[in-house]
Design a protein around this ligand. Structure first.
Ligand code: UD1
Length: 423
């Protein structure tokens, strides 16, 4: 398939109900965790997106068999006999690094290409390495490949993470579950995707307490005590937050279904403060707005703080608010590239270090823009829906990494959004 773009006819509205897919950031790690349980694991509610295809390829290269039927993956790890993940895969998707912990857990060793820089900041892996070293892992680097060995086996340890890194918490968990003795992870990440991973590991036979809290305790078990399992991925809070932002932008009402509202508490708080009505049920949220958007002050923080993955979508809301907003990005240093694309559509944004000062404008104009990353791409399509005239969003491969049928779902809510081949 050749390159495509998304063309949006503006002055549109979004109204209706949309079913939210399984969380990308959870499913990727659940797939990696399946390495630890020899046999066939079934993972349900897996989104049909390109990052999942890449992770399937990573697992296939290791010797696993991955079959997809609709939104269910059957991953048979019986014949996994390799512990190497090459640069050509890691460079396409940084989350490939999450096989490091499970490979060390299963083989006592791993060879994973070092991830390079990424457009949204330096994204180091020092905390992954420090925490695994505490468990007894030794690292060498050979021509860009990280070589992990455990000459004295894996043993439990007490580790305080410098920052509640999602990836470092996950990698450490997936090695600690088979380390000898107990492990305490202090200042652990508390994201719903961490809880989901711990749930799956416990179903496989691991012993973990405190998932979703800052201190996670792991009592190591023998690798032979872990087996395959059947697990359903949690809903994608970022996809849900993106559609809610769309509803807040156009007035809605928009209802996102199949998502636990407690995952989005901080975002809902901010939406309400911006003048939106948000109602919640057991597994849905509805947003609508009749008055003007009010300005906001947002700081991105680890969960349960405001998620960096919804920063661009809320910057778009702030752009059309009645007053001056400030957004501070604390998680990824370079995540304001979206602002310059939005300015091409008429936004008034000043960037100062990791702060963005956004002066609300009356409206946006359609323009050709580029998706600089996954979330920025999704937000630009929303911007096109409220802008005047036509907007073309290029580089939509980023959107396809994380949103299943984004254009189709927006069309089902009434927007005029189509994918087109780029000449
Ligand atoms: C995950 C999510 C990403 C989300 C992010 C924060 C996946 C595939 N991606 O990314 O969508 O935006 O959580 O919620 O799940 N850091 C270090 N050293 C380390 C590890 C991280 O300095 O060893 C820094 C990073 O550069 C970044 C910050 O810590 O500035 C947060 O990173 P982390 O929480 O690890 O995010 P990811 O797991 O990469």
């Amino acid at each position: 398939m050749g390159k495509e773009c998304i063309v949006i006819h503006g002055n549109g509205t979004l109204c209706g109900e949309v079913k939210i897919a399984g969380a990308k950031n959870s499913a990727l790690k659940l797939m990696a965790a399946s390495i630890l349980g020899c046999g066939e694991s079934i993972i349900k509610n897996v989104p049909d997106i390109s990052d999942i295809k890449l992770m399937s390829e990573v697992l296939s290269r290791l010797g696993a068999t991955v079959r997809r039927e609709d939104h269910e993956l059957a991953i048979d790890t019986t014949d996994v006999d390799s512990f190497s993940t090459p640069y050509e895969l890691v460079s396409k998707m940084r989350a490939s690094i999450s096989v490091l912990g499970p490979l060390i857990g299963r083989f006592g060793q791993a060879r994973v290409a070092m991830p390079g820089g990424c457009q949204i900041g330096a994204r180091k892996i020092d905390m992954h390495l420090v925490s695994l070293q505490a468990l007894g892992v030794q690292f060498d680097v050979d021509h860009g490949t990280l070589i992990a060995t455990t000459p004295h086996g894996l043993h439990g340890a007490q580790v305080m993470l410098e920052f509640p890194s999602v990836g470092a918490t996950e990698n450490m968990l997936m090695a600690a579950v088979v380390a000898e003795g107990s492990t305490l992870i202090e200042n652990a990440a508390r994201e719903p995707e961490i809880v989901d991973l711990c749930d799956m590991l416990c179903q496989m036979g691991a012993r973990i307490e405190g998932a979703g809290e800052s201190n996670i305790e792991v009592e190591g078990v023998a690798l032979s005590d872990l087996g395959p399992c059947v697990h359903t991925t949690v809903g994608d809070r970022i996809e849900a937050g993106t559609f809610l932002a769309g509803g807040a932008l156009t007035g809605g009402p928009v209802t996102v279904q199949r998502i636990d509202p407690s995952y989005l508490r901080m975002s809902v708080l901010k939406m309400r403060a911006m003048g939106c009505d948000v109602t919640t049920g057991e597994d849905y949220l509805t947003v609508m707005r009749t008055g003007p958007l009010k300005p906001t002050d947002i700081q991105t923080l680890p969960h349960p703080g405001f998620p960096t993955d919804l920063q661009a979508q809320f910057m778009l809301l702030a752009t059309l608010a009645d007053g001056i907003s400030v957004i501070t990005e604390n998680v990824f240093e370079n995540r304001f590239m979206f602002a310059s694309e939005l300015m091409r559509m008429g936004a008034d944004i000043t960037l100062e270090d990791h702060h963005a000062i956004i002066r609300g404008v009356e409206g946006l104009q359609g323009a050709p823009v580029s998706s600089t990353d996954l979330r920025a791409g999704a937000a630009l399509v929303l911007a096109g829906i409220v802008a005047e005239g036509y907007t073309t969003v290029y580089d939509i491969k980023h959107i396809d990494r994380g949103y299943e049928d984004y254009a189709g779902k927006l069309r089902s809510l009434g927007a005029d959004v189509v994918r087109q081949a780029v000449d």
